[in-house]
Design a binder for this molecule. Structure first.
Ligand SMILES: [Zn+2]
Length: 445
């Protein structure tokens, strides 16, 4: 189905549900929810315990009000479950034998969470979700997608690429190349679309300028970004659009939560795939539901995934709901401005969400350094490394010991936080001491 809005064609993947009146949509969601609750009650010991303890019987959930009686799920509970029942925990609904893919979260707020995906979820559920994205972004079989990412445990563009190739786009695999070679391959093979984190795409644009490549005259007309809020931050989006000479679209998802939102060609907020998710917005402190238009934490219930579906999961993403139908014809929920930030103290770097406290936790393991530290986040797109400033614990530590400790910290950050930092060992007392909350984080602008 194709209609025309402004100069861009609008495509739907599942027009029936995307354009359904809310009342009917909610009835549909409640039906899916009851089936999902029965599924987790039967197959996930974790959810069986939680539902039984709250006295919830899946078939009794008849309204959105009833849904709110179901306990929330927090990422820490998933970590505890995996620590107690290694390596997968007991919250999932499949056995390793049923899984075809494994990934792990970036470990932003602690130990990474491992997830398994069944054949059905990988080839059908993810496909369905990313077909919503494909249609939302207006990508077609005529498009050639350049995918600059490396083979690894981070989910990043795996699902998107798998679906796009199934949908008939040509894929150019851009892993294992330098940024300059990626640009060359992208141009040589006539890519029309590219995906990446906003900071990497800005860096790539800067690399192009330095090498005399004029991106706006290239064939690239669509840029898909995920992993950081960039696409939804208007100034970042505008910078990317002018540097690439292309439209930039927001892609929302997480390793454990799946792929729940995409912009449409009109770029007026991020559409939530409500036929596959129930989204709620709550006050992150009181956990009470908020009104549309208020900023709060996004809580998601996965209605379609069979492998490790999460029920009323606290995403920690700050969002603002808008239920006014979009001009594209979709009647479902939009997130104004995509993800507005995180409900905890956190920063984004190289596609990874990082908390200063993660670095603090690592310093606790290194006797040669004091507990004073600063994290310097370079300007988005500068290509510079994250910098960590530390101090020796005392004057007796030798230069050799400091060098070893520094190398250890670089490796630990690389392994546990998945970014490679530069570590600067300052003189004792060089870092500022303040009363109360220290200024650990410095953002370069
Ligand atoms: Zn729309």
């Amino acid at each position: 189905m194709k209609t025309q809005v402004a100069s861009e064609a609008v495509f739907y993947w599942d027009q029936q549900h995307e354009c359904m009146p809310r009342e009917r949509l909610e009835q549909y969601q409640l039906e899916k929810l009851r089936a999902q609750l029965n599924h987790v009650h039967e197959r996930s010991p974790f959810y069986r315990r939680k539902l039984d303890a709250a006295g919830i019987r899946p078939d009794d959930i008849r309204s959105m009000e009833d849904l709110r009686a179901i306990p929330l799920t927090d990422k820490e509970e998933l970590r505890v479950s995996q620590a107690e029942h290694p390596p997968w925990g007991d919250f999932g609904c499949i056995t390793p034998r049923e899984a075809v893919r494994v990934f792990q979260t970036s470990g932003t707020t602690g130990r990474p969470v491992r997830i398994m995906i069944s054949r059905k979820d990988w080839h059908e559920t993810f496909y369905e979700q990313f077909m919503h994205y494909r249609c939302g972004f207006g990508l077609t079989e005529d498009d050639v997608l350049f995918v600059p990412f490396n083979y690894g445990l981070y989910i990043a563009w795996w699902g998107f690429q798998t679906t796009m190739e199934k949908a008939g786009l040509m894929i150019i695999p851009g892993g294992g190349l330098s940024s300059k070679d990626r640009l060359r391959a992208m141009l040589d093979w006539d890519a029309t679309a590219i995906c990446g984190t906003p900071s990497y795409l800005l860096y790539l644009a800067e690399t192009a300028r330095k090498n005399g490549i004029d991106l706006p005259v290239s064939r690239v007309r669509k840029v898909v970004t995920a992993g950081e809020p960039g696409a939804a931050i208007l100034s970042t989006k505008k910078a990317m659009e002018s540097q690439w000479g292309a439209r930039v679209y927001d892609d929302l998802g997480s390793t454990e939560g799946g792929n729940f939102g995409h912009e449409c060609v009109l770029q007026q907020g991020t559409h939530v795939i409500e036929s596959m998710y129930i989204a709620e917005v709550v006050d992150p402190e009181t956990l009470q539901p908020l009104q549309d238009g208020q900023n709060g934490e996004l809580v998601l219930t996965n209605l379609c995934c069979d492998s490790m579906p999460l029920i009323r999961y606290r995403t920690r993403d700050l969002v603002r709901f808008n239920r006014i139908p979009c001009e594209c014809g979709r009647t479902g929920l939009r997130l104004d401005g995509g993800v507005l930030g995180r409900s905890d103290d956190m920063f984004h770097f190289a596609g990874v969400n990082i908390f200063p406290t993660q670095i603090q936790n690592l310093l606790h393991e290194i006797d040669e350094f004091s507990q004073e530290y600063q994290v310097v986040v370079p300007r988005m797109g500068s290509g510079a490394h994250l910098r960590i400033r530390v101090e020796p614990a005392n004057e007796r530590i030798s230069g050799d010991q400091l060098k070893k400790a520094r190398d250890f910290l670089v490796e630990a950050v690389r392994y546990r936080i998945t970014v490679t930092p530069e570590v600067e060992v300052c003189d004792i007392g060089a870092l500022p001491r303040v009363e109360g909350k220290a200024r650990r984080l410095i953002r370069e602008t």
